[in-house]
Every structure is written in structure tokens, then in C-alpha cells.
Design a binder for this molecule. Structure first.
Ligand code: GAL
Length: 681
């Protein structure tokens, strides 16, 4: 089913009276500071070009100091000051962190872990998504805020809660158990249908009644996998339900103000099915923090790309990222010169129309006092604030890209939340498989070859693509398999990998040989998996080396071309990489983990066979990332230096909007240039 994504963008005030352009700002927590600081904040925000802030995200205890006492005075003053300063407010519903008076009176709102421990207050997000008591108090607060600020001229958007599910995605409490049963009744209607779906004939798990069902709490051995998968689905839905409940209040009281909540499409954060949540918000927002490592920038690009496609290709809001170090990694690396702007602009390249940071002013106290901000502890006389101000100017130069859409690529990577969940469940052939890492490795290969690829969630129409990589497409319902077969026979070039096409939506194995419903299309049959131990590798006769996994493949169709074979080990002599012409397209299979380096060579061959080429001159490929935003009368080429050495841009033409000069230019280390070019079609 193609997804319908609504889109209502906040009316951002234009900085310095210019035409409305890109948004720029931060989370703003004035309640951590004395009143005297607020005027100074607004003055500095104007200096930096800030035109939007997310306000009062963690202010519940300040706004509502007791069950029946309210303190809006300070917030009124801040809202007025921001408005006078020409700064729009993305006002939080402030429900993210319940205050001590509430948890003291109602400890039954606290989440419970799988091992039965109660999560104590003292940090944040200590609430059960399914608690009726929490819901009642949260909606009371949302109502009070919406009634008070409905007509405030600073209000441009509502920011529901904060990073829903960041710390409370899985709750195993009795409230959760009750809600889980209701969710299951809705999904299965009868207990027999549930027993079939969960395969409860195994280990004497047959249920007589929905009331016997529990969340997958600590068990003596591996909990039922379909129960686990359904609990993941339910937990994502429970938070989505909370989002909808807050949104209903806001829509009723302020129908003209668009509503968002900040997603966390980043790294291994996988509990919230954001592709499924996107239709619930008026505009998609995302928070992104980089993790150090060789694929750090690729991961940023991958996430931003996926967010853009979750948003249906429409502009989205980068709600949080960091100016420099965070405080929650084992070692918190400061960003080097250029990285602040580069990271921000790479999000814009992938369709962000607003660039915001956590947070405006670095906290002096509390758990995040070592987290960077737009105004660091050192104050405005600092390299960070100067870089922040320069970025504000760059974003003003980029005003013409506002509202433009990313030009789709010819190739795509299919990103499947259910496969992410299911392929990493326990009691599998290997516990080492990382779904998102495999997808990211393919993306890195595209970047290395200088070929644009969209990262699209399942459900996105793929008819416009020439080549589709579906890595570890583990959960393959019959309908999706049929779609892929039809798409391939109509001329698409499908590439899939190990552990794809293994189970249906109930996590039941497809029988008759792997990969189930893709066997015929691929022209192969696998009787057994042969995963590798940590210290094992699988050399291939094309010079490549696999890790993690091998399959014992039999070719079943003479038309199959074996692109590489294993040279040693259990799979010695057997095909490792295959490709079968299918209708007007083809279907290729990669049976081992090759990593970004190994995949680059394999992908180059597959792209060549599919006729998909790079849009960049040879010398630029792999060294700079290209993304394109398509306006009505012009295309905007974003070129982002992927490394620390200058990249000459000879042969790339266009008028520089930011970061470069007309014609042949050099992309500085960690630099970005944006070129306006005639529209491609
Ligand atoms: C986010 C969160 C912010 C802040 C930030 C620090 O997860 O929404 O409130 O904690 O991380 O990196």
C-alpha cells in the first residue's frame, strides 16, 4: 500500500525581514537560566540568524508545579521576547518528563523492565505509554498549553513530547500487558488465529484465552519469536497512540498549527517504526547524532536520506544535532573545523528545510552539561559560536532551495523495519547479524562509486527505480514477494542478500528451500545456511572475502550467471554471488557479508549491467557526495567533501549559492558547495 504522507510546514518568520527561507535554531531551555539571560539569548539568536526554537521540552515541573497549580508567567515572557525578536516557537507539549509530584502520587505510571524492575524517576521519560493515569495527566497539560498559547503570534508548530520511545519503548508492566492483549485481539480476533500465528504448538505454549497472554517478560529460555515480533509492533503502536492522543487535543484547539514530534532515525535506534508514524505528523522531524568511526559521515547521509523518503520526498525538519561533542558516548569527540557546517548541510542536501541543534545554550548543571550547544560554556566569544553564526549566514544564502524536493535517484536501497526487527531476534543461525549495518554497507558502496541511491522504506513505490538493493529482506510476505517479482520482470534489477526471503509476516519459515518466494526469481535454492565463526572468513574466486555468513547454494536455472564462488570452507566450489536475467530485468544474490569495500566492486558490476552510471566526473566520484534538490526552474547540486583533502570540481558546472565559486572550484576538506544548475527535465 503506498503511504499517504500529509504535509503542513510551519510558518517560519524570515530572519532580518527577508523572504521566508530555511529554519535555523535549537532546543531552548530558558528555565535553566535566570531571567537576565533571556534578553541576551534573543540578541545572540538574532546575531546567529536563528528564526525558530523548540521551547519548554522538559518544563513540565516548572509549568505545573503541583496537581492544581500552574505557572505560565515565565513562559509568557519568553514567548513574547522571542516573538519580539522575530523568532518562531515550536512549542513543546512538555510531557516528556513527568514531575516528581506526579510520580510520587502515582508510581503506577512508572515503566517496568522485562525482569520486573520498576524504572525510577530521576532521569527522564519514566512513564508507561499505556498508563491511563499518565495519559490523563499528560493530556491535561497539553490542553492547558494549547488553550493558553493558541493565539500567540510566536507559535509556529507543536512539538509533541520528545523523542518518544528513546528510553521507554519497551514496558512490561501490567498496563502494557492489558494493552498488548487488546492489541492482539484486534490483530487476530480469535485465540486460534493467534495460536496459529505464534506457532504455539511448539513448547506447549497454546493459549485458551487472550487473558493468559503476557508481554515477553524474562523467561526460562528463548521467548516465542512471533510473540517478540508482535510485542515490538505493539510497543511502536502504543507510542504512536500516545502521539495521536496529544495530537487530537492540539488539532481540536489549534487546528491551524502544524504538529510534529522528533524521530530518531539514527544508528541502531530501531524500536519506533517511523515509516509507519510519518503519516501521523504534519511534517517529519528528525534528531541525528554522529558516532565516530569510518562510516560516520555515510551513516549521517544514510539516515538523512531515509528520513527524506519517510517524509515522502517532502522537506523535513532537522530538529536536533550537535554543534560539537555529545555527552553520552564512551568518548565524546569534539567536531573539527568545518564539521559543524558540513554535517548540517548534508541534512539540507537530503531535504531538510530546517537545521536545529540540541541546544541553544550549554547547560551549566545537569547530566548534559558537557554536551555542546550553539552558545558553549565559553560564551559567544568562541569558535563554536562563530561557526554557528557563519552557518546562519550560509543558510540564508541557501533560501532558494526552501521547499524544493530531492530529485529521486535511479537506484534505491529498500529499508524494511520488520526485517530489521525479525532478523535480529535470538536463536537464529548467528547472533552477529546487524540489519542496518548491512544496508549501510551497501550505501557506502554507492557513495564510493559516486552513484546516488535513495534509501526507501518498504511501501514506497519503486517503479521509477532501475536498480533496487534489498539487503537482508528477511520478512517477506507473499504480496511483497509478488510485487518484487513483477517489478523485476518489468525491467527492474533486484539485488538481495543472505537471510532474505526466509519468513512470512508471522515469522514462519517459507518451506521448500531458501529464499522461499524468491527462489524461482533468483534461480537458486539453498538447503542450509553456513554462518561463519568470528575468526572465519570465506575467500571468493573474484578476490573478495566474505565474513559472517555463507549459504550452500544450488543453481536451479541454467540462465543463472555465477559471478563468484567460494574457494574454501564448507561452501567451497559453490556459488557465492549469482545473477539471473528475469523478464526484462534481473535478480542478483549476494550470500555473504562483504563489507563496504567488497560491496563496492560487486555493486560496480551490477550497476554496469543495469546501465546505471554516476553523474559525477571520474575524479570526484567517491570523494564527494552528490545530492540534488529539484526546484521549479533549477536544480541545486549539493557536493559534500567526504574526506580531509581538497577535491577539485573541474567538470562540475553551476553557479555557487554557498561554499564555492563559479565554475571550476575546489571543495575544501570537509567542505560543501551548492551549485544552481538548469533543471534536468
Ligand atoms: C536527544 C534528546 C535531547 C538531548 C540530546 C543530547 O536524545 O532529545 O533532549 O538529550 O539527545 O544529545
Amino acid at each position: 500500500m503506498p503511504r499517504t504522507i500529509p504535509h503542513r510546514w510551519p510558518r517560519l518568520p524570515a530572519a532580518d525581514g527577508a523572504a521566508p527561507g530555511l529554519g535555523y535554531g535549537a532546543d531552548y531551555n530558558p528555565d535553566q537560566w535566570p531571567r537576565e539571560t533571556w534578553r541576551e539569548d534573543v540578541r545572540l539568536m538574532r546575531e546567529a540568524g536563528v528564526n525558530v526554537v523548540s521551547l519548554a521540552i522538559f518544563s513540565w515541573a516548572r509549568i505545573q508545579p503541583g496537581p492544581d497549580t500552574w505557572d505560565f508567567g515565565w513562559l509568557d515572557e519568553v514567548m513574547d521576547l522571542l516573538h519580539a525578536g522575530g523568532i518562531g516557537v515550536d512549542l513543546a507539549t512538555a510531557t516528556a518528563s513527568p514531575p516528581p509530584w506526579l510520580t510520587t502520587a502515582h508510581p503506577e505510571i512508572l515503566p517496568v523492565t522485562a525482569t520486573g524492575e520498576i524504572v525510577s524517576p530521576g532521569a527522564r521519560q519514566h512513564w508507561r505509554p499505556t498508563s491511563p493515569v499518565f495519559r490523563e495527566h499528560a493530556l491535561r497539560l497539553v490542553t492547558a498549553l494549547a488553550e493558553r498559547y493558541a493565539d500567540h503570534p510566536a507559535l509556529v508548530a507543536w512539538h509533541i513530547s520528545n523523542e518518544l520511545g528513546c528510553h521507554n519503548i519497551y514496558d512490561y508492566s501490567d498496563d502494557a500487558a492489558r494493552a498488548f492483549r487488546t492489541w492482539l485481539r484486534h490483530r487476530y480476533t480469535t485465540i486460534d488465529a493467534l495460536n496459529d500465528a505464534w506457532g504455539t504448538a511448539f513448547w506447549s505454549q497454546r493459549y485458551n484465552d487472550f487473558d493468559q497472554i503476557l508481554p515477553p517478560r524474562l523467561a526460562a529460555s528463548h521467548p516465542n519469536p512471533t510473540q517478540q515480533l508482535d510485542f515490538k509492533r505493539f510497543s511502536s503502536d502504543a507510542l504512536k497512540d500516545h502521539l495521536r492522543a496529544e495530537r487530537a487535543v492540539l488539532r481540536r484547539l489549534t487546528p491551524d498549527i502544524p504538529v510534529t514530534t522528533n524521530f530518531m532515525v539514527v544508528g541502531e535506534t530501531k524500536g519506533m517504526h517511523y515509516a509507519d508514524w510519518a503519516a501521523e505528523v504534519d511534517f517529519v522531524s528528525n534528531d541525528h547524532y554522529t558516532h565516530p568511526g569510518p562510516q560516520s559521515l555515510d551513516e549521517l547521509s544514510f539516515s538523512a536520506n531515509l528520513v527524506g523518503n519517510i517524509a515522502g520526498g517532502r522537506p523535513w525538519f532537522l530538529m536536533e544535532h550537535s554543534t560539537s561533542a555529545v555527552n553520552w558516548q564512551p568518548v565524546n569527540r569534539a567536531k573539527r573545523p568545518g564539521e559543524l557546517a558540513r554535517d548540517s548541510l548534508l541534512h539540507v542536501a537530503h531535504g531538510a528545510d530546517a537545521v536545529c541543534f540540541f541546544q541553544w545554550r550549554q547547560s551549566a548543571a545537569g547530566a548534559e552539561k558537557y554536551h555542546s550547544a550553539m552558545v558553549p560554556h565559553a560564551g559567544p566569544d568562541s569558535d563554536v559560536f562563530r561557526a554557528v553564526t557563519r552557518l546562519g549566514a550560509t543558510l540564508r544564502d541557501l533560501a532558494p532551495v526552501t521547499g524544493t524536493r530531492r530529485r529521486p535517484a535511479r537506484a534505491a536501497i529498500l529499508f524494511d523495519w520488520e526485517s530489521w526487527w525479525a532478523s535480529e531476534l535470538d536463536s537464529h543461525p548467528t547472533s552477529r547479524l546487524r540489519y542496518r549495518q548491512e544496508a549501510l554497507d551497501w550505501y557506502s558502496a554507492f557513495l564510493a562509486l559516486g552513484v546516488r541511491a535513495d534509501v526507501v522504506p518498504t511501501g514506497t513505490p519503486v517503479d521509477g527505480y532501475d536498480l533496487l538493493v534489498a539487503p537482508v529482506l528477511h520478512v517477506l510476505p507473499a504480496a511483497l514477494a509478488q510485487d518484487l517479482v513483477r517489478w523485476t520482470e518489468n525491467g527492474g534489477h533486484l539485488v538481495t542478500t543472505y537471510f532474505s526471503g526466509i519468513v512470512d509476516e508471522n515469522d514462519h519459515a517459507w518451506l521448500g528451500g531458501y529464499p522461499g518466494p524468491l527462489r524461482e526469481l533468483l534461480g537458486i535454492r539453498i538447503e542450509e545456511f553456513a554462518p561463519l565463526l568470528d575468526d572465519e572468513t570465506a575467500p571468493l574466486d573474484d578476490g573478495g572475502t566474505g565474513t559472517l555468513w555463507t549459504d550452500l547454494i544450488t543453481v536451479t536455472d541454467p540462465a543463472v550467471e555465477v559471478l563468484a564462488r567460494y574457494t574454501t570452507g564448507h561452501a567451497e566450489g559453490r556459488p557465492a554471488l549469482t545473477r539471473r536475467p528475469a523478464g526484462r530485468g534481473s535478480a542478483a544474490y549476494v550470500s555473504t557479508r562483504l563489507g563496504p569495500g567488497g560491496l563496492t566492486g560487486v555493486l560496480a558490476g551490477l550497476l554496469a549491467r543495469a546501465g546505471v552510471t554516476s553523474e559525477l566526473p571520474e575524479e570526484v566520484r567517491g570523494r564527494a557526495e552528490l545530492t540534488i534538490r529539484a526546484g521549479e526552474d533549477a536544480d541545486y547540486w549539493f557536493l559534500v567533501n567526504r574526506g580531509d583533502t581538497p577535491v577539485p570540481l573541474d567538470g562540475v558546472t553551476g553557479r555557487a549559492l554557498a561554499g564555492g565559486t563559479e565554475g571550476a572550484a575546489v571543495l575544501a576538506p570537509r567542505g560543501v558547495t551548492v551549485l544552481r544548475r538548469p533543471a534536468a527535465d
